[in-house]
Design a protein around this ligand. Sequence first.
Ligand SMILES: NC(=O)c1ccc[n+]([C@@H]2O[C@H](COP(=O)([O-])OP(=O)(O)OC[C@H]3O[C@@H](n4cnc5c(N)ncnc54)[C@H](O)[C@@H]3O)[C@@H](O)[C@H]2O)c1
Length: 272
Amino acid sequence: MTLAIDLTGRTILVCGVARGGIGGATCRQLAKAGATIIALDKDEALIAPTVEDVEALGGTIHPMVVDLMDKAACETVIAKVFDRFGTLHGMANVAGGTREGEWMPLDETPTDSFWQTFQLNLGYIFTLCRDAAKTWIAREERGALVNVSSVSSLTSAPWHGPYGAAKSGITALTRTMANEWHEFGIRANSVLPGAVYTERVMTRVASENVVQGSEQNFAMPEELANAIVFLLSDLASGISGQSLTVDRSLSTKFCAGARKSRKQLEAEKQEA
Ligand SMILES: NC(=O)c1ccc[n+]([C@@H]2O[C@H](COP(=O)([O-])OP(=O)(O)OC[C@H]3O[C@@H](n4cnc5c(N)ncnc54)[C@H](O)[C@@H]3O)[C@@H](O)[C@H]2O)c1
């Protein structure tokens, strides 16, 4: 006997689906669970490799090109989803991150840059979740929402203050979604990645030579995807308004200190 996550017959919208990221992994894991996927990103070329992956797994996936920085375009997403596909059972808002050239001290941060970070990491999530909930309530349908925040919402990190503030906003807003929409059968949770081996982050690590020594705390995109898929599924029917940290314990480390691995201890013994 097995206990499997079964999303057969469910249509899930995933925002931010690049192959090398958490969203791409979420699409692949959703396909394995039997869901039909609507894959949203700002550029067709970013969606195509994930479509290829999902189809290779035998899954069904529909691309949708939307620039989530465009507030007017965000207002039309959920209506378009229901027009085109007639249904929606859940949504994973994975799109986000820090933009090129955005890392700087707060006292040097231009106002425009602050609000752009907020649109990409909080604003679009408000718009899409509001519209999905409104539609589900009107149609008397249930739904599940998962919003990707960050451990940056738990503590501060220099040079990306607006990002941490927006990610904190996600966890706060998601709790309110759970509170206000519970009676309509709508669940909302947030997932907090620590450091993840995604293409975007690894390119940055390589170019800026940061986080040396903390690689053992890096999670794989699939580990985040599994948490997202679980929270979208009926196995999580009792969970709403929660923030699930998936960071291989990174956020428990004071100054990123770590116990030595057995391998390191053995190597040291041999050297002595
Ligand atoms: N990777 C990490 O270490 C890490 C850590 C903490 C939080 N996160 C969060 O996880 C999420 C995914 O990050 P990732 O590392 O997988 O990066 P990623 O770059 O692979 O994923 C971000 C996705 O958002 C899409 N996107 C960006 N701007 C967009 C726009 N204007 N319109 C539509 N789509 C847009 C990108 O094309 C991409 O598919 C982000 O919200 C990020 O803040 C990641």
